[in-house]
Design a protein around this ligand. Structure first.
Ligand code: NAD
Length: 477
């Protein structure tokens, strides 16, 4: 059922002008499952022309009418959920049930922004003179260039596109080349719902070539990127050079603090589920498990039992709870992080290696006794590695939680209510989940601080990056 994936430019689904394609692999089988159209600069020029036309039309439509089109796109996504989920599992690897959850959540995101766009309120500011009206108006920023990764092919794209469309912007998406079909199907939902030609377009190709071309282009007024901190810094500097507004959703290295008064069963269940969801390829996945000394061993045992109950397999097979890694780069990355840590004295408590010799399967892994200079305690592993580190007291836990330049998600488990409040203040992160996971729902802000980026992709805050403020003052003539 997997078909070749085309570009969507100027209201048409079509091959790249140069006719070039690249192979799409299934990470569970390593087989080629399709071909992807690979854009060149002529395709990008066409997309830019159409984006300018699409923007001129879409911004004039009322927020009410835009909202109706978007709600229809959400309904189409729900209707097509089973088919798109299968495509996603085939190209990305995640279990089918996880793909379905991602899509259901994505439809909710469209609905949320469809309504939020109707509340892009300005202000009337009391004037100093009679007969003068001073207004602060919110207007769409313009054409947006978005770049989204392969770990959540639909949900990474849907937040950016929906917020932009709700604000009245047009969007050119550089989708994920390794997981393109499900992302293209998301675009098809907006298109089939009736967005005018040029309002949502999708291209694929060489990421660096596309970003270097689109970001400086005068038609593009805003850049939104999700991916690694290194690439994010590069794109932010390019955008800065050309005075483009920017949203950056970058890497994380989330600390999960488990105190000696925590409900250990609850903590192990929730943290293990979120560590190994999407095979750990999640920017908000708990990574550094900081556990208070008195409960370190019992919590570790409970957590390891959860790891060993995970059923690794092809995401399309019933009963699979963790699929393969999405590409071979992640397998090499896991092997290299583990070899480095073990070489410096770390112990592998469970897992630790590739599984099977076909597909990019990697065992859920727990490392203990990790030396402070092990690379994995500094760089985002972005895979199924849980790093256990004991701590003595609150101050030591906070110091370790805040040690890195990352500041995306963080988690803590404790029954002490005073500590619950203090944690919310003391952890340097864009998101703090205490005694439950609870992140990344449409109505709440999602984003990081420090090297994890800037801007927010959820909640009322999620619309802001796509709006500019205009001041109008008028006096009766
Ligand atoms: P990578 O750093 O090369 O790419 C990360 C993402 O950025 C990909 O989607 C890629 O297409 C895109 N990209 C890379 N160079 C680009 C450029 N010059 N212009 C525009 N887009 C560009 O590495 P990778 O192997 O694909 O992913 C590995 C790392 O990326 C992970 O370790 C993780 O830190 C990060 N990552 C983060 C997220 C996230 O949700 N924040 C998602 C995927 C990957």
């Amino acid at each position: 059922m997997y078909q070749d994936v085309l570009l969507h430019v100027g209201g048409q689904w079509r091959a790249a002008q140069g006719g070039k394609t690249i192979d799409i692999l299934n990470p569970a089988t390593e087989e080629v499952i399709g071909k992807l159209a690979h854009a060149n600069t002529a395709d990008l020029d066409e997309a830019l022309d159409w984006a300018a036309k699409g923007f001129a039309q879409w911004r004039k439509m009322s927020a009410y009418d835009r909202s109706k089109v978007m709600r229809k796109a959400a309904d189409l996504l729900r209707e097509r959920l089973d088919k798109i989920a299968t495509l996603m599992t085939m190209e990305q690897g995640k279990p089918l049930a996880e793909a379905k959850v991602e899509l259901a959540g994505s439809a909710d995101v469209i609905d949320w922004f469809a309504e939020e766009g109707r509340r892009a309120y300005g202000r009337v500011i009391p004037a100093r003179l009679p007969g003068v009206y001073q207004m602060s108006l919110r207007e769409p920023v313009g054409v947006v260039a978005g770049f989204t990764p392969w770990n959540f092919p639909v949900s990474q794209a849907v937040r950016k596109i929906s917020a932009a469309l709700a604000a009245g912007c047009a969007f050119i998406l550089k989708g994920p080349e390794e997981t393109p079909a499900s992302c293209a199907e998301l675009v098809r939902c907006y298109v089939d719902a009736g967005v005018p030609a040029g309002v949502v377009q999708i291209v694929f190709g060489v990421p660096a070539e596309i970003s270097e071309y689109l970001i400086p282009h005068p038609t593009v007024r805003k850049v939104s990127f999700t991916g690694s901190t290194a690439v994010g810094k590069h794109l932010a500097s390019l955008a800065g050079k050309h005075m483009k507004r920017v949203t950056m959703e970058l890497g994380g290295h989330a600390p999960a603090l488990v105190f000696d008064d925590a409900d250990l069963d609850q903590a192990a269940t929730i943290l293990a589920a979120n560590k190994f969801r999407n095979a750990g390829q999640v920017c908000v996945a708990p990574t550094r498990f900081l556990v208070q000394e008195g409960v370190y061993e019992p919590f570790l045992e409970k957590f390891v039992a959860k790891c060993e109950a995970i059923k690794l397999g092809n995401g399309l097979e019933d009963g699979t709870t963790m699929g393969p890694l999405a590409n071979d780069r992640r397998v090499s990355a896991m092997e290299s992080f583990i070899a480095d840590a073990v070489g410096k004295g770390a112990k592998v408590r469970t897992g630790g290696k590739r599984s099977g010799n076909k597909g990019y399967f990697f065992e859920p892994t727990v490392l203990t006794d990790i030396a402070p200079d092990a690379r994995v305690l500094h760089e985002e592993p972005f895979g199924p590695l849980a790093l256990f580190v004991p701590f003595k007291n609150y101050e030591e836990a906070i110091a370790e939680a805040n040690r890195l330049e990352y500041g995306l998600a963080s988690y803590a488990y404790t029954r002490n209510t005073g500590r619950v409040t203090a944690l919310g203040h003391d952890i340097q992160a864009g998101m703090v989940g205490i005694n439950h996971h609870g992140l990344a729902v449409p109505e709440t802000p999602f984003g990081g601080v420090k090297d994890s980026g800037y801007g927010s992709e959820g909640g009322a805050e999620g619309l802001e990056p796509y709006l500019v403020t205009k001041f109008v003052t008028q006096a009766s003539a």
